[in-house]
Design a binder for this molecule. Structure first.
Ligand code: PLP
Length: 464
């Protein structure tokens, strides 16, 4: 039978069993050259249905050939690992297939989302009137915050478009979504001021204030500052306290982009990194980075819940037919049909408690300390990043980091990326997989060292 859920769930279990075994013995899937891809796996679609056995074989092959983003040797993105309770929740969300737009279609799932949002608001000490939503990711969280800030500055823009020259501020190390969002919102990419960073990769607040003064003199209207809690490369935390002082002085919206590092709000040991976050107007973090919740789980909270619906609600008689704005979450979202991205975070949080989440984050900082010490003690390494960060940026001997990362991938050893700070290129190891232990971090370095020794002749060197 072609459409049989029970049969297919059996097949699912079978494939996943294979996959989990394979992940242990082969943490890095064999990389496939794009030119060989269509020969290796039959990806073609045709008029006739597949033969069942071939379909199964192809599917298994496809799964086992896909890069393994949850394995112990995966450090290429800011997400990694998987918490089983979060996976459980997400699989159930697929089965339930609700939309989060209205209470009528989501029922208690709406309250699941609301419970997380109110807990997060409580953790960062936002007022009772605060609220939030689950955008499709950090980029979308940043976009929504920009729109809300725009509409809070001027009630007319939502209907008439920009009439005056509005300007937004972000650091040169901030996420690239800020530029895209400026374009989508009608603000324009040229109206984002990229403020330079200090030597730790944090937004330089003196330059920020100077730029704001200059813009005001030139009849521009400063309305939005994007501060970053955990920059994408160095995992640097901007000084929110100081930036919030400037925001107050010039009546500018303060958004804290914590997509990477914002989950420090769960731990007393590190939450000082976002000191002053309670004074921000909006804040977001990605539970799919650092917490092992599947992609994508982004949480945006705003100081006043009403401000979100002010910007995002629209009448739709075919959609909103029962209940009110409090539980019809579509009034707060960009999408119409919206996937349930809350349940997976809720199942995890419910099962391990806030303490469990705190332990995950603390553990990842411990792993970072361990990796950093390793590169400090071992004279063959040069370290470029700083303490209290989940990002360990380094170079090994005089190996070219770009070439080394690429060959480690091509030879199926490690997936890790490179980054830049102030034109310096380096390898970026991120300790964002809470399932890893120190022995896996050590294995990372040992694998890299053995690899360099083995392929020394083939590897590019940098001249100092
Ligand atoms: C990853 C990241 C984003 C984007 O989040 P997505 O969910 O990938 O859209 C935004 N800001 C920072 C600082 C990030 O690290």
């Amino acid at each position: 039978m072609l459409n049989n859920i029970k049969e297919d769930l059996k097949l699912f279990n079978e494939i996943v069993d294979n996959f989990l075994e394979d992940e242990k013995t082969t943490p890095i899937s064999k990389s496939i050259k794009i030119k060989d891809l269509y020969n290796k796996i039959d990806l073609s679609l045709s008029d006739e249905p597949s033969i069942q056995t071939e379909f199964k074989q192809t599917l298994k092959k496809l799964v086992l050939s896909t890069p393994k983003s949850s394995s112990k040797m995966f450090f290429n993105q800011l997400f990694g690992g998987r918490h089983s309770k979060a996976v459980l929740g997400d699989l159930l969300a697929v089965m339930l297939n609700n939309s989060m737009a209205t209470y009528k279609i989501s029922g208690p799932q709406a309250a699941v989302e609301k419970e997380i949002l109110s807990k997060v608001c409580e953790l960062i000490k936002y007022p009772k009137s605060a609220g939030g939503t689950f955008p499709t990711g950090g980029s979308m969280s940043n976009f929504m915050s920009l729109i809300i800030a725009r509409d809070q500055k001027s009630k007319d823009i939502i209907n008439k478009g920009f009439k005056q020259k509005f300007v937004a501020y972000s650091s040169e190390e901030s996420h690239y979504s800020v530029a895209k969002n400026a374009s989508f919102s009608g603000l324009g990419k040229n109206n984002v001021r990229y403020i330079k960073c200090n030597s730790f990769g944090q937004l330089d607040t003196i330059s920020l204030e100077n730029q704001i003064r200059e813009d005001i003199t030139n009849d521009c209207i400063p309305f939005y500052i994007n501060a970053t809690a955990g920059t994408t490369v160095l995992c640097a935390f901007d000084n929110i306290d100081e930036i919030s002082r400037i925001c107050k002085k010039y009546s500018i919206w303060l958004h804290v982009d914590g997509a990477f590092g914002g989950s420090v709000i769960f731990t007393d040991k590190y939450k000082d990194l976002v000191k002053g976050v309670e004074k921000s107007d909006s804040f977001c973090f990605n539970a799919h980075k650092t917490l092992g919740v599947p992609l994508s789980t982004s949480i945006l909270v705003v100081r006043e819940s009403k401000m979100i619906s002010d910007s995002f609600k629209n009448n739709a008689s075919y959609l909103y037919q029962t209940h009110d704005i409090d539980y019809n979450l579509g009034y707060n979202s960009f999408e119409c049909g919206r996937r349930n991205n809350a349940l997976k975070f809720w199942t995890m949080w419910k099962s391990i408690g806030t303490k469990g989440i705190c332990n995950i984050i603390n553990h990842e900082f411990d792993l970072a300390d361990y990796a950093r010490s390793y590169t400090i003690i071992n004279k063959d390494y040069t370290l470029y990043s700083f303490e209290k960060s989940l990002s360990i940026c380094f170079n090994y001997k005089n190996y070219d980091p770009i070439d080394l990362c690429t060959k480690l991938y091509e030879k199926n050893k490690i997936m890790v990326g490179f980054g830049y700070f102030r034109k310096q290129c380096f390898i970026r190891l991120v300790t964002i997989n809470g399932e890893n232990s120190k022995s896996e971090i050590l294995e990372f370095f040992k694998t890299l060292e053995v690899f360099c020794q083995q392929y020394d002749q083939d590897l590019k060197k940098i001249s100092n």
